[in-house]
Design a protein around this ligand. Sequence first.
Ligand code: GLA
Length: 334
Amino acid sequence: MATVTAFAPGRVNLIGDHTDYTGGLVLPMAIDMGTTVTGERGGGRVVLDSDAGAVGEPRIEFAVPVGAALGQEGWGRYAEAVAAELGVTEGLVGRVTSDLPIGAGLSSSASLELAVALALGFEGPARELAGICQRAEQAASGVPCGIMDQLASAAGAAGCALLIDCRTLVIDEVPFPDDVQVVVVHSGQVRRLAASAYADRRRQCEEAEALIGPLRDADPGLVETIADPLVRARARHVVSENDRVARFATALTAGDPVTAGQLMLESHRSLAGDFDVSTDALDALVAGLTDRPGVWGARLTGAGFGGCVVALARPGAIDTGWPVRPAGGATVYL
Ligand code: GLA
């Protein structure tokens, strides 16, 4: 039997959070860390060993085709959900390795999903792969996530950030300047209540859209007509964030990290204020990082409620966290 090796990167989102599920703009990049699945296809079972002993089962095993309900817990549940979405009837015996920090906000679960999907034999365009893995993530975690994480991992381009229009799924590769460093720093705070709070935010955005139509098309004046102050604030974040993403892409293209960093700070303030997904630890980390010489901006990245901050800095200005480079997308080696 032939050995297959599949790799999928993690991602960091530079700007554009809580905009993907209303068809807005996001600007993530795939990073040079990720998950590798190596194995042999065949038989009627998926059996995967993992090196992530400290955060889950060292081995998972389930039969294919997967039944109506998922039976696995932990990381195995994501692999099982992918097998279920793909409807695979051929198993896989292999091994999962990862150099991504797990649960840190670098999309370790999306990276695992994509690597498993490719190892199980998925062939097709990046958007289709991302859609399958997004549905698997939703089924496995119960979080009604958008498509950003999976699409960033599927469509990554070396040396480029990705401007993704989540309404059309059109992706523009934005070349990333060589003399600008992206650093991801963990707040030390494990994300709490993220699942229910995320679903609440998504519902509030839907409430806003029921009143004023698609947030993607709304202008700030229309947002201010929403009577409920909470729903109005959520909508204000989304509408202003879409605008910041577009301006950030322009600044990056122009090689202007000062403006890009400023937009990151504005994004953080909006996520903390209008969208209320920050924490004291994230706010303190953003303030501390931006006080350092050579740091152009920082913001919470991903869903919020703990997790990581992403910073834009002169190379060498930040001596903590993970320096990351924009990298290529998920790929399979047969
Ligand atoms: C999580 C979700 C994404 C996106 C971000 C917030 O990472 O998986 O789809 O909604 O939160 O931008």
